[in-house]
Design a protein around this ligand. Structure first.
Ligand code: HEM
Length: 212
């Protein structure tokens, strides 16, 4: 499949399992080491605004997610609030579903092509506002994808994992989605670019540069 652009350049640690944060590191928007929670929140909100229709993600909600990412004990929460988010140390924290998600990234951060191909099985042909046709997932299709991911993880999942998913793929749809004749959809090509190239869609990096 044709790629939208060349890979982003900054190296990303295998300890970061979030495809979106991996792209922000590779794009040079966040450091792979430690970042203050306020910077993580404002950067994510700024990137979201560069999406189609200027989606808004409340920085306070991002801040709260980042706060709990390394653990929920009072000591860990205090340390995360003080020191920030360690992007290379997100594995094994409360947000890590330990394989109960898409499986698109393996535990070492490598792309599993057959899982990426499986995402396409939940997609259908979408017509964008400018008339282009491409494979993509609408919100109902994303929900079916997440339900199936949760079902197949029976025996090795927490009930919380299904709730966590609602803060992942649907949020990616909000941020990176495109408006189509059948409603907003997440382009399969854009997801491939995000996970394989660790890059945002070109239209978003252009919007970010224009807003700078
Ligand atoms: C501070 C903010 C964030 C933190 C700490 C975070 C952390 C994580 C972690 C630990 C995972 C791995 C979960 C797993 O085991 O599957 C993950 C996955 C994911 N995150 Fe994030 N994330 C953040 C923000 C976002 C945002 C803003 C988006 C969308 C725009 C996003 C989209 C995703 C997606 C799509 C997955 C993949 C789920 C799967 O493979 O099933 N994340 N995130």
């Amino acid at each position: 499949m044709a790629r939208a652009r060349k890979p982003a350049s900054m190296p990303v640690s295998s300890g970061n399992p979030c495809p979106f944060l991996r792209a922000l590191v590779a794009e040079g928007l966040l450091d792979d080491g430690v970042e203050p929670l306020s910077k993580v929140a404002s950067t994510v909100a700024r990137v979201a605004r560069a999406g189609e229709g200027g989606p808004s993600l409340p920085p306070a909600a991002i801040w709260a997610i980042a706060l709990i990412a390394h653990g929920l004990t009072p000591l860990t929460l205090a340390r995360t609030a003080r020191e920030g988010l360690r992007l290379s140390g997100l594995r094994d924290g409360p947000l890590d579903k330990h394989g109960a998600g898409s499986g698109i990234l393996d535990p070492r951060g490598r792309v599993v092509e057959r899982e990426l191909a499986r995402l396409d099985e939940f997609a259908s042909e979408q017509i964008g506002t400018s008339g282009q046709s491409e494979r993509g997932l609408t919100l109902p299709q994303i929900r079916r994808y997440m339900d199936t991911n949760f079902e197949r993880a029976e025996g090795r999942r927490r009930a919380l994992d299904r709730k966590l998913m609602d803060g992942e793929w649907p949020v990616l749809l909000k941020v990176m989605g495109r408006d189509g004749s059948g409603g907003r959809y997440l382009s399969v090509a854009d997801v491939r670019t995000l996970v394989i190239d660790r890059a945002l869609p070109k239209r978003m990096t252009q919007a970010l540069a224009a807003a700078a």
